[in-house]
Every structure is written in C-alpha cells, then in structure tokens.
Design a protein around this ligand. Sequence first.
Ligand SMILES: Nc1ncnc2c1ncn2[C@@H]1O[C@H](COP(=O)(O)OP(=O)(O)OP(=O)(O)O)[C@@H](O)[C@H]1O
Length: 604
Amino acid sequence: MEHSIVCSNDELLDVLIDYSKKIYGDTKCIGIDELKDPKAKAKRLWEILNPEEEVSALQNQEDISKLLEAIRDKLSDKAARVYTERLIKQEILHKIEENEKEYLNQIKLQIIKKHCDVENPSTLKKYAELEKKKSISLTKQISDILRPQREDEIIGQSQGVKALLSKIASPFPQHVIIYGPPGVGKTSAARIALKAAKEKAYSPFRKDAPFVEVDGTTLRWDPREAVNPLLGSVHDPIYQGARKDLSDIGVPEPKPGLVTEAHGGILFIDEIGELDLMLQNKLLKVLEDKKVSFDSSYYDESSDEIPKYIHTLFREGAPADFILIGATTRRPEEINPALRSRCAEVFFNPLSPKDIEDILDNGAHKLDISIDDDAKELISRHTYDARKAVNVLLDCYSSHLYEKPDKRVIIDYDRAKKVLGSLVRDDYTARMGSEIGKVYGAGVSGYVGSIIEFEALAYKRDDEMGSVRFNETAGSMIRDSLFNALAVLKHNMGINPDRYDIHVNCIGGGKVDGPSAGLAITCLLYSAIMEKSLPKDCCITGEISIAGNIKAVGGVREKTNAAIRAGFKHMIIPYENKKDVVGIQGINIVEAGNIREVMEFLTK
Ligand SMILES: Nc1ncnc2c1ncn2[C@@H]1O[C@H](COP(=O)(O)OP(=O)(O)OP(=O)(O)O)[C@@H](O)[C@H]1O
C-alpha cells in the first residue's frame, strides 16, 4: 500500500495539537482532546496559540506578514515530519502484527505435526492398496525360471564363461567387456561370475557384494549434471530442488549414482557400446579414481548448517570402487579404444542350433514338460537367440495348457510350428538335388550369418571377346573376387572364359561386399560355363587367390550356423578357418586349401 504525505484537515489539526502540547505543555492544552467537534478543537487551538498577542508587538504590516510566513513554513515542516513518523510507526506495528501471526501459525503447525501421525486413514488405505498390488504377479517371469544359475547351465559358451570366471573370481578382479550376439548368456554369465567369486576365500568381493545391472541404451544424462543416474548428480536448492529441509537453508544435495550403489561389487552395463561417448569418458575417470566428485556453487565449506554426510560427499566424493562388466553386441573395433584398453575382453559365441536344442531341453526339464526332437529342431532352425527360443517354448507350453488342460504337456512338431507361425520357412525342399549355374554362399552382419544365393548364365561366342556382367549394386570387393575367379578358371582349371558372355546375378540384389564370396563365384562360373550341375545342399565360403588357393575369411562360425538353420548338409570353409567351427554339430564341414579339393568334393 502506498502512503501520501498530503494530510487531510483533521490530520493537520491533530498534528498542530500535538505540536502545541510540545511547545506550551500539556497544562496549557488541557481539555482540547476531549472536544469532539473539529471546529471547536480548531477554535481552542487558536486560543492557545493566540497569534494576535504574539504579533501585537510588531511595528508594521511587513514585519507581521514575514512573521506569519515564517510560522506557516515552520508549522508545515513540523507537521510533515510528525505525520511521516506516525505513518512509519503505524506500518511497523502492522508488520509486527503480521509476522507475529505467521510465526504463531508455524509454531501451531509444528506442534500439530509433532502430535499427529503423518498418516491418516486415506493415506493408509492407499499404502495398503500399493502393498497388495506388489504381492500380485500375473506371470512368473520365464527368464527368472529358466535363467542359468550355475556355470554348467550356460550352454555353448564354455570357453567364454571360463575366461570370464578367471577374470572375476580372482584375487585381483579385472574390468571386462563381453562381446557376443544378443541372448547368448552374457548377463547370466556375469551374475554367475560374481556368485563364483564370492565363494573363493581369496576374492575381494564380500558376501553381500551387490550386482547392479543397467542398460546402456536407456541411460540418459544432461551435460550440466542435473540428471545423471549412472554417476550421480547434485540437486541445487533452487533449480533442481534439494530436499525441502536442505533447500530451505540453501544447501545443495549430492545424489550418488549407480556407480556408488555398485561399490564393492559389480556394475553390469548391458549394451555398453551404446552408452553416450562423453558419459563413457566420465565413467573411465570414475574407474581410475574409484570415487565420484561433486561440485556446486551453492556449497559453502565453512557452513555449520550443512549435515555431515553432505560435507563428506563434497569434500571426499562418493565411493565407487567396483568391477565393471560391460556387454555388447558390437564388434571390438566399434568400441571406444579408451574403454577397451582398461578392460579385459571375453568373447561369447553365437549359439548353434544344437546349443538351442540343449537349452530347450534344459528349459523343458525345469518346467517339468517334454519336447519332441523334431519340435526342438524346428525351433532351433528358426532362432539363434536363446531368449527367443525359451519364449517360444513357453508359448508352446501355454498353448498346450489352453487346449488340453488335463493332459501332460508334450510339445510336438505341430505345436511348435503353430506357435512359430509365419516364421516357418520350408527351406529343406529347396536344398534337394543339383542345378547348373546356381551356388550358395554365406555372409555375416554383426554376429548374424545369412545365406546368399548366386546364379549365372554363360553364352558361348565365336571369338574371344567375351564380357562379364554383374549386379551394379554389389560392392567393389566382390567384383575383384569375380576377376580373381576368372583368372583361376583360365590358369588353374584350363577353361577360357573369354569365349563366353557371362551374366552373374546375386539374388535379392543389394550390397554384398568383401572377398569371402570368391570361392563360391569360382564354382558358379565353372558350373555355368561347363554346364555342370552342382549340389544344392552345399554352402560355400572362402576367399580365392589368383593362384587358386583358398584364404581365411571372417564370421565362419556365424555363417556355418546360418547354413545349418537354412537346412544345408555341407559347408565348405577355408582350411585356415578350421578352429572357428570347433564344436559345431549338425552339418558336414569340408575344409579346403585350394580349388582342386573343392571341385573334387562338388563333382564327386
Ligand atoms: N548360453 C545359454 N545357455 C542357457 N540359457 C541361455 C543361454 N543364453 C541365453 N539363455 C537364456 O536366455 C535368457 C537371456 O539370457 P541373457 O540375458 O544372459 O543373454 P544376454 O546375452 O545377456 O542377452 P542380451 O545381450 O540380449 O542382454 C536367459 O535367461 C536364459 O534363459
């Protein structure tokens, strides 16, 4: 509210009366306060002041005017000052009254809080509802029932699991990155590794060491560190709102993150390759420092209003001494080199169809049901991801219970086929017999192999001006493979391709790059030119040199698994890749060192 210094007539009168009392004393002014009528008051005041008497001593009119002017000025000044003082006094009193009320209210609230429980019937009802909801669960998670609990329950990864255990269950555990396709047991193995470590007397992990699991793809943070669930953040009293009791006194509140939760145990980051690069670098710093430091411009080191734990967090940082296990479906060369250099590397294999069959067997055993061999084979041909396979198993289980609730659960081929639905392709019939100008190769993307179908036609010419056409969209390396193949035909196999116009097609088009189709293309050109049919149940991978030798290529394990799933009986691979297919079952592996050996096998 704004106050004006302009006085009303009544107020001026009151001020003059006060002033007169000060000058002439209360006795001379006696009775004036009792008068109610302002006019009577003014008259009485005039009598007290008696200006006529004061001025009668003056000699002339000019002196009188001057004196009256001076009196008026003085009176106005004084009146203004007294009025302002009163106004301030009034405001002060008003403020004190307000503050008093507020203070009393606060005290009342504190007393009420002290004597009343924070809960009331309505909050208690809501709490009871929450608790009830927590106790209800529709599904027992299949992953919980079927997740491997022991080292020997992890199928097809004995080398990887051993390598991991030796690094974690050691007196000096190391940070590790596990590479491998999705759903092959990386997370399960990491959990088992901590369990195994706790059993060793020399392990630094205590019995209560935590296993903290987080997905790198979902971890978000902001560069101002207002939000950082992985490393922790500081909630400032104003912007992020620290706890109310702290924000009220202007104290920032550090919130430790998952790295502190994992202190003394393992922090497992799934899909670590997807973690924001800057966050990866910050994580590396924590790995080195074994603590997280906090900082805030609101933090006052000398304040004694700050709780001890907050002082400690700011002064010493939050402890974060843990072992990192990262898992990724990316290749090592795609991972941040700084992270790689601090971690040991462990490789998990793509699961073969036989591994998936074993996992289905174990799953059926745990669920106390049976699964027929041909149902297992069908499922294992259609997925290389164990998680998917066990989900199909569970779908089969539920579908059986729904249709035949009283019968023991036996999962047969038809049930599996019904559940897989449109995923089922009948590739097997396509693999029968032989054909001219048709060869199957294999490719790999990430950890997943695939089959590539090549076809070729050769038109004889009268001259030696033959030409070769190949898909425009294929990559340049596969074209080089084609030229190598032509050279091999000419110099090693006694065939002159210049007498033919040759058209090579990669069915499905698209970019097929790399040298690994060289051997398949050589066989294809041979078949088309010589009009020799080649078996359709054989898949081929390998690089061909112009001398006719077969060189090692990448992804042979993934390619071989893809060949098994596609129903091939034989897989021709470079001799040098022999070690990559150790343990693979369900296909005849033919290792070859040169083109002659391959032709012998294909044309026998
Ligand atoms: N090698 C395996 N042996 C037995 N069961 C397996 C194996 N791999 C996966 N499983 C089954 O699949 C489920 C998921 O496995 P897990 O989470 O360990 O795989 P992952 O490799 O970590 O997968 P992702 O990369 O997708 O996180 C397990 O609960 C288990 O039922």
